[in-house]
Write a protein that binds this ligand. Structure first.
Ligand code: GLN
Length: 418
């Protein structure tokens, strides 16, 4: 297959009728039938692709971010109890009341620096993972032709959902090695057509936790331009230094922010796909307009168990962060000994390292070599960039893995140093 940049597909689809696009891509690029033009250039997600290849060659999988250990027993027991108690029919469209109350109570605790009272009926919607919340927010609150600001590297579904909505993305780059953004670039990204900015903190894949000053600047620009913010805060409990600060807690932001999170990351149950969105009533109405037709409601017993999870003792959350800190410190230390350029992440369970000290080639070539010669799967981050040149020197490793798994991966990666 001829390697072409996504931007090429995206440009082509604006000029060519759908049938011509399909024909050209099928014949000349040997692509399987693309369902619609909305998905041209997106291919198969890099997570599915790398996990498949990792399994095929028996590699240690530090690619897709899922734990290789199980979630807590008290949460699994709560799910089994809910099934036995007969909580097995459709949940209410916005979510099981017990879970929405638990989410509101979690917001009412000091976590996140947020003080506005959350009403579980008016402000909370349960979704199929944070991924559905993002899709529903964009579909329900952004019109075709509106502009949406994305920081790159971005989580891949953001870019595809913006395309599904028919909105125009504008990009602001978080530049290595510090992964900070340029204030003037952010200011310039706001235009009279800006409807929304998507903000992910703690940030996948860079591991950045945006500072209060950075969040304050984003907030001021949203207020000035009357834009809404879609805040993906799924890694809210994975902050290694300091505490998580919600974008919605910045001045003027509650009224214009949809905050999204999920059970999967904090409770190591990524397969349960329970997420939620918290937003003021008008934004909740937009999001629910889409959610009711996307999934209507999500797994009832898992929602009951999620309510129990959110009511876990503080010691659960403390152990969770302590264990991930140990994993982070071990992997980052080892990567830097091996020769990678490493900046330990302030949050999340990902490290985005510079692979260029270890040899030539871009991120894709490097990840191919890791899989085939070393037996470790990682993610080539150009999948998360529009300006792919910014990501070619980088590689993403996930460290939400057992220490034994990390030790095995490091043993294999040491071959690179020889
Ligand atoms: N959030 C996970 C990651 O970044 C992947 C989820 C998925 O596979 N879509 O690795």
């Amino acid at each position: 297959m001829v390697m072409v940049e996504r931007s090429w597909f995206l440009t082509a689809r604006s000029y060519l009728p759908p049938e011509v696009c399909q024909f050209v891509f099928c014949v000349f690029w040997d692509m399987p039938i693309v369902p619609t033009n909305r998905f041209l250039g997106f291919g198969t997600t890099i997570f599915a692709e790398m996990s498949r290849r990792a399994a095929a060659v028996g590699a240690v999988n530090l690619g897709q971010g899922f734990p290789d250990f199980d979630g807590p027993a008290h949460v699994k027991d709560a799910a089994i109890d809910a099934i036995r108690a007969g909580h097995n029919q459709y949940a209410p469209m916005p979510g099981v009341p017990a879970l929405r109350q638990a989410i509101a109570d979690a917001w009412a605790s000091d976590h996140g620096g947020f003080t506005t009272p959350i009403d579980p009926d008016e402000h909370v919607t349960v979704t199929a993972g944070c991924t559905e919340a993002i899709a529903a927010a964009l579909l329900g609150l952004v019109n075709p032709g509106d502009e949406v600001i994305l920081f790159e590297p971005y989580y891949d579904s953001y870019r595809a959902c913006v395309s599904m909505v028919g909105a125009t993305p504008r990009f602001v780059t978080l530049r290595a090695p510090g992964f900070t953004f340029d204030e003037s670039e952010l200011r310039a990204a706001f235009t009279p057509r800006t409807r929304a900015i998507l903000v992910n903190t703690p940030h996948n894949p860079t591991g950045r936790v945006l500072t209060r000053d950075e969040l304050g600047l984003i907030a001021r620009l949203c207020v000035e331009h009357d834009a809404i913010a879609l805040a993906d805060e799924v890694y809210e409990h994975l902050v290694f230094e300091g505490r998580h600060v919600r974008l919605a807690s910045m001045p003027g932001m509650w009224a214009r922010t949809v905050t999204m999170s999920s059970l999967g990351k904090t409770f190591s149950l990524t397969g349960w796909k329970i997420g939620w969105a918290v937003a003021p009533a008008p934004l909740t109405a937009g999001l629910r307009a889409a959610h009711q037709f996307l999934t209507y409601a999500v797994s009832t017993p898992a929602q009951h168990a999620a309510a129990a999870a959110l009511r876990s003792d503080r010691s659960y959350f403390e152990a969770f962060i302590a264990e991930h800190r140990e994993r982070r410190d071990y992997l980052c230390g080892a990567l830097s000994e091996i020769g990678f350029g490493v900046r330990p992440p302030e949050g999340t369970y990902f490290v985005l390292a510079d692979h260029t000290p270890l040899g030539a080639g871009d991120d894709v070539a490097f990840c191919d070599r890791l899989l085939d010669e070393v037996g470790v799967a990682a993610i080539p981050p150009t999948a998360f960039y529009e300006h792919t040149a910014e990501g070619r020197s980088l590689v993403r490793f996930a460290f939400c893995k057992r220490m034994d798994t990390l030790r095995e991966a490091v043993g294999r990666l040491r071959r690179l140093a020889r």
